[in-house]
Ligand binder design. Sequence first.
Ligand code: URA
Length: 223
Amino acid sequence: PPALDTPAKPAPINSPAATTAFSPKAPADADISHLDLTQLATQVSTCRKCPLCESRTQTVFGEGSPQARLMFIGEGPGSEEDLQARPFMGEAGQLLNQMIQAMQFTRDEVYLANVVKCRPPDRRPPSEEESQTCLPYLDRQINLIRPRVIVLLGAVPLKAMFNLTGINSQHGQWQEYKGIPTMPTFHPAYLMRMPKKKRDAWEDLQKVMRVLGKDPADTPSRR
Ligand code: URA
């Protein structure tokens, strides 16, 4: 398989303290079903539906081609993403870039989003309640983009979108989300800690490539 290895990176910078107050009644019931991507991003930027608004520097809406055939869904922003307001900018993002490249796509061609749009404090994963509170935003993104295939990165999107646990047994098994073929695989941050799992992840990604008309044999081996 491609090596999918990640160069070393300096330690993340600490983010400024947050100022916004958690206000669960704020735009919680606002109808977002008519919003386009730009309007939705604006709505998200002022969201106070869950306590993560208090620890964020800024929201991380997602980015990429609105016509993407391939969409990746991660768990939520880390410190680098929180500072830059862009998804997958840290070390895990560098590995994700290599995964995208190995799949014969460019980062511009795909769409990257997360279950939650605000960085959880202390590098913890988002809670199930935070995920469910934020999910309507992701659902609207998916409905606007309507990708041909969705790739779920790790346990958080698998739980939030399918109420499934056990990424080790579920990875590589096609699911369907709102009619869209969806492939769960490992999160790149996990793959950095468990490089032996990269081979399994590559097999999952090859299944996706075949659906999208890409021949994995055409991906140059980096070994
Ligand atoms: N990890 C994620 O799940 N999402 C990001 O945007 C960055 C790191």
